[in-house]
Design a protein around this ligand. Structure first.
Ligand code: ATP
Length: 435
């Protein structure tokens, strides 16, 4: 669809998914706040990830590590040294760019002049701040640029307390911060974002097989939640693209309006991280396999996804314009698990006689799923609004409901309407949600 990007960004603002941060002060470049429906969608993305990575498995446990971290961690991980992007300035218009993301490294995409770039400088992407009342040397701390290091530094504590042994994983969802040179494309690249990462610790000989397994799993997760396969691909990195720690990496890529781009990276990190932290901390980060009477440093397979970026891909692929009864409608065909509200309760009219029963239906459903309630405007307009925020089912309470204690369920995608007794509503909707 032409202009898909603009359509989605406009819808996000209009319906309360995503607002520019600090908008009343003129905005703060490339930071965003998630509004009443956006916060629900974003949480659902994270919960769907947690469900598949932690809840439905017995070989992965969770972690929630601190965001503020001492320089020693980033020294050991290599981030102080290597977590840099090549930065160039245009001498003509003064704009800054990431050299590796320029289509033509000689032409400024902002002013169009050629040969105006400065020499590339390496720019470290970590945000630095100070802990305690004294600024300066010795008080520096960093905002984590990835969640992964928490899993490595807590490897031993998790191993000692969780009764897991390799192959097993530690999963974490949380904020990360990168001082990106060129943030942009809406929430695709921001300086503050949410990551969903899992470190899977395996016996070294099993690493290649687990790498292949996690590539397939993570691809499948996106498909199962509704991304069409022609908009999704697994792309193995070329050898010269690989990070300093990785022997193999594949990206799960989505076909964004500007082309294929990364949603998630799956990397075989070998024993790099545990070895580094072991060297720098003096703590042994190994596993002793009693059966084989053998001590080894596990290798690590890491699927690392972005929640905010993935949310954007779900929005893009769900955005649909179709026609209902000769009228154009916009509908977000989000997977029900991701939809902000699972159901909207709509009394047919605002007449007071309908309100008590509609509120009774709402109270019946609320303990089981997130519900919206709306009684103003025509029923057509209210359906339209629910379609635009992706609500899979609307439950309409009408005047007959007062006599027969039955309501109508309208399906967002098929538009099919069925009438069912209020008593079976919870069972019916839960069944649909779980199917
Ligand atoms: P890129 O090449 O796009 O800068 P990356 O390869 O450095 O990303 P990783 O370090 O592998 O990214 O991070 C894992 C995931 O975290 C990415 O696939 C992406 O979904 C998410 N992510 C990384 N940086 C950002 C950002 N600035 N804004 C939003 N999400 C991000």
């Amino acid at each position: 669809m032409a202009d898909l990007f603009e359509h989605v960004v406009n819808l996000c603002k209009r319906r309360g998914f995503v607002f520019p941060s600090a908008e009343i002060y003129g905005g703060f470049r490339s930071t965003y706040d998630y509004g009443p429906v956006g916060v629900l969608l974003l949480r659902n993305v994270q919960e769907a990830w947690w469900r598949s990575m932690v809840q439905l498995r017995d070989d992965v446990v969770g972690l929630d590590a601190a965001i503020l971290s001492p320089p020693q961690i980033w020294e050991a991980s290599g981030h102080l040294q290597n977590f840099t992007d090549p930065l160039v300035d245009c001498r003509n218009c003064k704009e800054r760019f990431r050299l590796d993301k320029l289509e033509d490294p000689d032409t400024c995409p902002s002013c169009g002049k050629q040969g105006t770039f400065t020499e590339a400088r390496q720019f470290n992407l970590m945000f630095k701040t100070f802990a305690g009342p004294v600024e300066g040397a010795g008080a520096e701390v960093y905002l984590r640029p990835e969640t992964a290091q928490g899993m490595f530094t807590q490897f031993k504590n998790v191993l000692d307390t969780s009764r897991k042994k390799p192959p097993f994983g530690i999963a974490q969802v949380g904020k990360s911060f990168r001082n990106e040179i060129t943030p942009g494309n809406f929430v695709f690249r921001t300086r503050e974002f949410i990551q969903m990462e899992m470190e899977f610790f395996v016996p070294p000989a099993e690493a290649p097989a687990w790498f292949a397994y996690w590539c397939q799993e993570r691809y499948r997760w996106n498909v199962d939640l509704g991304i069409p396969e022609d908009q999704l691909q697994l792309r193995p990195h070329d050898p010269d693209e690989l990070s300093h720690y990785s022997s193999a990496t594949s990206d799960v890529e989505f076909l964004f309006p500007w082309g294929w781009d990364e949603l998630e990276g799956i990397a075989n990190r070998g024993d790099f991280d545990l070895t580094q932290h072991s060297k720098h901390s003096g703590e042994k980060l190994e596993y002793f396999d009693q059966a084989a009477n053998e001590r080894y440093t596990p290798h690590v397979i890491e699927p690392a996804a972005g929640a905010t970026r993935t949310m954007m891909a779900f929005l893009m692929s769900a955005y649909t314009e179709d026609e209902v009864g000769g009228e154009a409608r916009t509908v977000l065909k989000l997977h029900p698990r991701l939809a902000p509200y699972k159901v909207a309760v709509l009394p047919l009219s605002k007449k007071e006689t309908l309100t008590p029963l509609a509120r009774e239906v709402l109270a019946l459903l609320q303990p089981h799923m997130l519900c919206d309630y709306d009684e103003t405007q025509s029923i057509g307009k209210r359906y339209r609004r629910q379609d635009e925020i992706g609500t899979p089912w609307c439950v309409t309470v009408d005047f007959d409901s007062l006599d027969d204690r039955a309501v109508t369920i309208r399906d967002r995608d098929s538009l099919e309407q069925v009438r069912i007794p209020i008593d079976s509503l919870v069972g019916e909707l839960r069944g649909r949600l779980e199917s």
